[in-house]
Write a new protein. Structure first.
Length: 113
């Protein structure tokens, strides 16, 4: 299983970005996909997860600003990030839980004026 994330970049406070992550390989239909992030000097933390039946979970810090979604036919998970804040700056990692626990390489999101 491989995960390829994209969509990171530099954005001003209050702006938006959309992250995408495509999973390839042998993937069972019942799984959980999600996004985690790691800021400099901090531990990796949960941002949001979504099951194959579209049950989602969000960190309190992003509720109301971020939206996770998925396209099961494309094995793709998205993270729409609105009203971005400087404290959202981090490397964002895509995650897939299906039997094992798989990670993408991460994409950097920088929120700065």
């Amino acid at each position: 299983v491989q995960l390829q994330a994209s969509g990171g970049g530099l954005v001003q406070p209050g702006g938006s970005l959309r992250l995408s992550c495509v999973a390839s390989g042998t993937i069972f239909s019942s799984n959980v996909m999600g996004w985690y992030r790691q800021a400099p000097g901090k531990q990796r933390e949960l941002v949001a997860t979504i099951t194959s039946r579209n049950y989602w979970n969000y960190a309190d810090s992003v509720k109301g600003r971020f939206t996770i979604s998925r396209d099961n036919a494309k094995n793709t998970v998205y993270l729409q990030m609105n009203s971005l804040k400087p404290e959202d700056t981090a490397v964002y990692y895509c995650n897939l839980k299906v039997g094992g626990n798989y990670w993408g390489k991460g994409t950097l999101v920088t929120v700065s004026s």
